[in-house]
Design a protein around this ligand. Structure first.
Ligand SMILES: Nc1nc2c(ncn2[C@@H]2O[C@H](COP(=O)(O)OP(=O)(O)OP(=O)(O)O)[C@@H](O)[C@H]2O)c(=O)[nH]1
Ligand SMILES: [Mg+2]
Length: 474
């Protein structure tokens, strides 16, 4: 039985008053009022239904597809992320050219410094040697630093200021930093590193513009712009790099700059041209070490014409001291892309020169595939830097000198890559009790044409897999 609201109470209550039927209402007036109220209710119900349909739709929208890039430092993780961006967000990728210009200039100057250091070392070694020993070693005649080389070196020492200037410009608080290190390292080992993929780029972006054409952000005529100084020094840099004495010294000290990230010594004319803006190829080859973990979001279309999907790609720093942070990202990943730079079979880790880089990759791969949190995660393995691997084997460097188990197998690319692929596969099988999706690709991450197909295949596979997981397709 409805409770009768006392009139006195109603008079005191403005809301009850407002909704109470008018006093002395005639039967016709009451009918009209009730009709209006029914119509209003119908409209309100329709709005409610629409809202719950939208909420249901939102709920049905699949969770983002999450990819984690793993691998040792310089394995090519950030380069793979760049490839994703180039493929699926080319406009944004290209809008960041001005920022990459500075990194590439820094990469070039760093290579020059590595050479200058090598020259310095070779001279020091020479002068430290007893005179009798020096005179008896005729091969050292070719390492004589002649007057031309001496004056080139003197002029190029001025590039240290350019390096400082670029470092300062890129080192916005919290964006980039030189990685702290426990022991003194030579310039050759010290690197500029970045904490996030976006913050440092602000040094070269214009907040007033949504997208920027890089041209507008470069002060071409400022005599202090690094581009102006590099342009003036281009002939010296070229001569230094091509000089036979320099080449001999580098070889003697086993410095193979061509194999290092950020190698632009064969592109000096382009990089030092007056109005230099990096090409896609140069951006992929630029080297900037990652320190923290950066998340990159993109919305990708469905190849089957269905709903687009949100992708989140996580790029982490691969240096040994940074690996502990990886674990907190293991939960809830759809796929790991693990990069093993197979060309590094004859190198050691920068952070620990007693550890072979290929052995480190095997160890890392073992710990990733045997990790309990990743038992269900799809694994995609990139045996990366195949271009360098080709060149290295062709130059006569033998895999069996560094991998005992390779035995007497032929030292060609096909045999070596097949063997290494088998080794990684065996580790997966031994350490991964549950079956899961596994793909292995031989990749060259600085070649966007070949990488494009691999990444598109991965994207389509993950979309399908993710849909099935979400029970949206059968
Ligand atoms: N020649 C060649 N260079 C590559 C390849 N993949 C990556 N690089 C270069 O190697 C350098 C290192 O690559 P990054 O992507 O920065 O390596 P990373 O794994 O992100 O390294 P950290 O950030 O230190 O963990 C860059 O200069 C790349 O351009 C490749 O397949 N071939
Ligand atoms: Mg990186």
């Amino acid at each position: 039985m409805p409770t009768k609201v006392p009139r006195r109470f109603m008079e005191d209550d403005p809301i009850a008053n407002a909704i109470a039927p008018p006093q002395n209402e005639s039967p016709q007036e009451q009918e009209r009022r009730l009709h209006k109220e029914r119509a209003a209710k119908q409209v309100s119900d329709a709005i409610d239904a629409e809202l719950s349909r939208e909420q249901l739709h939102e709920k049905k929208r699949p969770k983002p597809v999450k990819i984690l890039l793993l691998g040792q430092s310089e394995s090519g993780k950030s380069t793979t992320l760049k490839n994703f961006q180039l493929l699926y967000e080319p406009k944004t990728f290209r809008a960041e050219r001005a920022s990459w210009r500075a990194i590439i200039q820094l990469n070039l100057v760093r290579s020059i410094h590595i050479i200058l250091e090598a020259l310095f070392r070779s001279q020091q070694n020479g002068s430290e040697r007893p005179p009798s020993a020096r005179s008896s070693m005729s091969s050292h005649e070719s390492f004589r630093i002649d007057a031309e080389l001496t004056s080139i070196r003197t002029r190029l020492l001025g590039l240290i200021d350019i390096e400082k200037d670029l470092m300062q410009r890129l080192s916005l608080p919290g964006s980039t930093e030189v990685e702290p290190t426990e022991r003194p390292v030579s310039l050759r080992r010290r690197e500029l590193a970045v904490n996030s993929t976006v913050a440092w780029k602000r040094a070269f972006s214009d907040p007033a513009r949504d997208s920027f054409d890089s041209d507008h952000l470069v002060d071409w005529d400022n005599p202090k712009d690094p581009g102006v100084v590099l342009h003036d020094r281009r002939e010296d840099m070229k001569r230094l790099w091509e000089h036979p004495t320099v080449q001999a010294i580098l070889e003697k000290q086993s410095i193979r700059l061509q194999e290092q990230g950020g190698f632009f010594l064969d592109s000096i004319d382009e990089v030092t041209s007056r109005r230099y803006i990096p090409t896609d190829d140069h951006i992929l080859r630029a080297r900037l070490k990652t320190l923290g973990v950066s998340e990159h979001r993109m919305r990708l279309s469905d190849p089957t014409g269905g709903m687009s999907r949100d992708f989140r790609i996580f790029d982490v720093g691969g240096t040994r001291s940074l690996r502990a942070a990886w674990v907190s990202y293991f939960d809830d990943m759809d796929a790991i892309i693990f990069l093993a730079p197979i060309s590094a079979f004859d190198q050691t880790l920068v952070e620990d020169p007693t550890v072979n880089r290929l052995a480190d990759s095997f160890k890392l791969w073992t710990s990733v595939v045997s990790n309990k949190l990743l038992q269900q995660t799809n694994m995609i393995l990139f045996l990366n830097k195949v271009d360098i691997m080709h060149a290295k084997l062709a130059s006569g460097i033998r895999l069996s000198d560094f991998v005992d188990s390779y035995g007497r197998r032929p030292n060609d690319f096909d045999s070596a890559s097949r063997y290494l692929r088998k080794q990684f596969n065996a580790i997966l099988k031994q350490n991964s009790p549950t079956s899961r999706i596994f793909y292995c690709h031989l990749t060259n991450a600085i070649d966007p044409k070949s990488t494009k197909y691999v990444l598109a295949g991965i994207k389509d596979m993950l979309m399908r897999f993710h849909l099935q997981e979400s029970h949206l397709i059968l």
